[in-house]
Write a protein that binds this ligand. Structure first.
Ligand code: NAD
Length: 426
């Protein structure tokens, strides 16, 4: 790697999450022989905003919360990315997630850059009114920086449709007219898109179908193991079951279930909805989450949280395809082991991009003021997921690299090309 790369890299501390994300960026940039000047620009976020947000609590006292919005890159369009509420939020984390969004949007070739926001708070300890005040003040502080042409937030950890509705309303009050396209992930009644809730799971189904075609797997004989039964894992499980896949294992935070003949996914999800736990479910064997990840299957689909496949267990996973529903389920150290086992990885920035793709559709529909039916949304999502899958596989073949590196290379190549095309205003 040219020395300019190494010198710049040293300025960022090794242990921070932005650096760990950028390890993969650096490797991809090196393989692409990226122009060192473009490298310098892409390595840093465009803008980082820190806010101190006073909120009147229900007891009449004020509390000041710290919030962030990091806008990583605008080369391909307005920045796009979620807003999370959690006691663990840090600027490093938000910065890493913002960069992730730039690459994710570029992999699926939608006209957005990347951003992410976060507020350090514990939403479980706050009343709905306190959360509303926090959301509205945060939005008001960001009025100059967000907007349909600037930066378009969406829900993330511990934020939801209601939080997006408050953000949209606050922005609109200041604009003196309704601006639906300022956020995505809104309720359908006020400018949300049909198909948005299921989009990430549906996108996973589409890329898994393509991978099965590539390997000549018959859907009915293909065993799937899914970690996570929430928005992503639960939807993917249901859609894959309906498609004819044999979902043999599912885990949530309360436990893991296995049935070699295939689980009754609708029945299990209904049970989970009612009981909020897998405990007591009698139609399957109860196993540990560690064992679940090591079940023999064709497709392993981690859709719970990050760092689940690590140096410790990577050697024991027994799948042919690893479809990453969660963000960052595989550590950088585990990557090498997985690659050596010849497991085909559908990397997170491709596999779970169905959500941001339908967010893009929501933004388009809001700007047109014309709303599509669910079939149109799903057909267009299918088109984008399938072509992106083949773009990544094509890059992997062309450069003889694994699919994770290929996805990063494809994304960086697109952002770098557009940056060069626009020219650098320096
Ligand atoms: P969610 O909260 O709806 O569901 C998470 C699920 O994982 C729950 O079933 C929970 O019980 C389970 N879980 C959590 N920790 C676990 C553990 N240690 N072992 C087993 N199960 C565990 O969240 P979600 O929206 O489905 O998101 C899941 C992942 O997908 C996250 O990494 C998120 O960043 C990523 N993601 C989500 C979307 C989206 O549209 N929701 C889009 C892209 C990426």
């Amino acid at each position: 790697m040219p020395s300019a790369f190494v010198d710049d890299a040293k300025e960022i501390k090794e242990e921070n999450p932005f650096e760990s994300m950028m390890q993969r960026f650096d490797e991809a940039a090196g393989r692409l022989n990226l122009d060192p000047n473009i490298y310098k620009i892409l390595r840093w976020p465009n803008r980082e905003i820190t806010l101190y947000i006073p909120v009147m609590m229900d007891d009449g006292n004020y509390q000041v919360f710290t919030g962030y919005r990091v806008q990583h890159n605008f080369a391909r369009g307005p920045a796009k990315g979620g807003l999370r509420y959690s006691p663990d939020v840090s600027l490093d984390e938000v910065r890493a997630l913002a960069a992730w969004m730039t690459w994710k949007c570029a992999v699926v070739n939608i006209p957005f850059g990347g951003a992410k926001g976060g507020i350090i708070c514990d939403p479980r300890e706050m009343s709905p009114i306190e959360l509303e005040r926090l959301t509205r003040r945060y939005t008001a502080e960001l009025l100059d920086f967000i907007g349909p042409e600037k930066d378009v937030p969406a829900p993330d950890m511990n934020t939801n449709e209601q939080v997006m509705a408050w953000m949209m309303d606050t922005y609109s009050m200041h604009a003196r007219h309704t601006v639906t396209a300022v956020v995505t992930g809104k309720p359908i009644e006020i400018g949300g898109s049909r198909g948005r809730k299921e989009a990430t799971g549906r996108g996973l189904l589409f890329v898994c179908n393509e991978a099965c075609k590539k390997f000549g797997f018959r859907i009915n004989d293909t065993r799937v193991v899914i970690q996570g039964a929430g928005n992503v894992g639960g939807t993917a499980a249901l859609l894959m079951h309906q498609e004819g896949y044999k979902v043999i294992g599912i885990a949530d935070i309360t436990g893991s279930l296995f049935n070699s003949r295939g689980l009754d996914v609708p029945g299990l999800l209904a049970y989970l909805k009612e009981h909020k736990t897998v405990e007591g479910y009698s139609e399957a064997e109860h196993i540990s989450t560690a064992d679940l990840l090591e079940l023999e299957c064709e497709i392993l689909l981690p859709a719970a949280t990050e760092n689940q496949i690590t140096k410790q267990n990577a050697d024991r996973i027994r799948c042919r395809i690893l479809a990453e529903g969660a963000n960052g389920p595989t550590t950088a150290d585990a990557d090498e082991i997985v690659s050596a086992k010849n497991i085909f990885v559908i990397p997170d920035i491709l596999a779970n991009a169905g959500g941001v793709t339908v967010s893009y559709f929501e933004w388009v529909q809001d700007r047109m003021g014309f709303f599509w039916n669910e079939n149109t949304v799903n057909t267009r999502l299918h088109e984008i997921m399938v072509s992106s899958f083949h773009d990544v596989v094509g890059f992997a073949d062309k450069y003889r690299v694994n699919t994770r590196l290929a996805a990063y290379m494809l994304a960086i190549d697109r952002v770098a090309y557009d940056t060069r095309l626009r020219g650098i205003y320096a």
